[in-house]
Design a protein around this ligand. Structure first.
Ligand code: GAR
Length: 210
C-alpha cells in the first residue's frame, strides 16, 4: 500500500482521523510512521495503540532548524513514503526540507486560506466578524500556509461562538477533508499547474470549497 509518514506535535485528532480512515478502508494508504517533535505529544499514544512505528525527534536536541530538518529528512526517507503529511505539526520547516519533499508534502490549516495564516485562527476569525470559517488542506511551499489549496471546508460562525466552540466545529471538517485529500493524492488525481491544484485535470473552484 502507498506509504505516508505523518508529522505531529500535539493532540493528534487529525492523525486519529487518518488511522480510522485507513482502518475502515476509506483511505487506501499505509501509515509507515508517525514522527513527533514533542516527546509528550498525545498523538504518539494514538499511533502506538494503532501499531504504527513512532519516532520522537525533538527540535530541542539540535542547535538550529537546519540540523533538526536534516534529522527529520533522514528519518522520513528511511520510510520511503510517497507523501509526507503534517497533522498539527507546529514547527516551521526550512527551505531545504520543503524543497526535498516538493510536491509531496501537505498540511492542514484551521482557516479558509488565504484568510488567517499562522496561529490563533479561530479567535481571529471571530474578531474579524467573518460569517464563515473553516479548514484548508494545501501543498506546502516556502510561504508559510501559502501553498496551493487542495480542498477546503467551510462552517458557519454562529452567535455565541467562542474560539473553542468554533474550533470544534472546524475540527470535525478537518477530520473529513484530510483523508479525502490524501486519498486523491495517492490515487494520482492531483496535479499543480500555475500555482493551482487540479483534481482529475479540472481546476479546483475558487477556494476549492467542498
Ligand atoms: C488542527 O486544528 C490543525 O489544523 C492545526 O492544529 C490542530 C491540531 O490538532 N494545525 C495548525 O495550526 C498548523 N499550523 P490535532 O493535533 O488534534 O490534529
Amino acid at each position: 500500500r502507498d506509504g505516508i509518514v505523518v508529522l505531529v506535535s500535539g493532540r493528534g485528532s487529525n492523525l486519529q482521523a487518518l488511522i480510522d480512515a485507513v482502518r475502515d478502508g476509506r483511505l487506501p494508504a499505509g501509515i509507515r510512521a508517525v514522527i513527533s517533535n514533542e516527546p509528550g505529544a498525545p498523538a504518539l499514544a494514538r499511533a502506538r495503540t494503532a501499531g504504527i512505528a513512532v519516532h520522537v525527534i525533538s527540535h530541542r536536541d539540535f542547535p538550529a532548524r537546519e540540523q533538526f530538518d536534516r534529522a527529520l529528512i533522514q528519518r522520513i526517507d528511511a520510510c520511503q513514503p510517497r507523501l509526507v503529511v503534517l497533522a498539527g505539526f507546529m514547527r516551521i520547516l526550512g527551505p531545504n526540507f520543503i524543497d526535498h519533499y516538493a510536491g509531496r508534502l501537505i498540511n492542514i490549516h484551521p482557516s479558509l486560506l488565504p484568510a488567517f495564516p499562522g496561529l490563533d485562527t479561530h479567535a481571529r476569525a471571530l474578531q474579524s466578524g467573518a460569517k464563515f470559517h473553516g479548514a484548508s488542506v494545501h501543498f506546502v511551499t516556502h510561504e508559510v500556509d501559502g501553498g496551493p489549496v487542495i480542498v477546503q471546508a467551510a462552517v458557519p460562525v454562529l452567535p455565541g461562538d467562542t474560539p473553542d466552540i468554533l474550533a470544534e466545529r472546524v475540527l470535525a471538517e478537518e477530520h473529513r477533508i484530510y483523508p479525502l485529500a490524501i486519498g486523491w493524492f495517492l490515487a494520482g488525481r492531483l496535479a499543480v499547474a500555475g500555482g493551482r491544484v487540479r483534481l482529475d485535470g479540472e481546476e479546483r473552484p475558487e477556494q476549492g470549497l467542498t
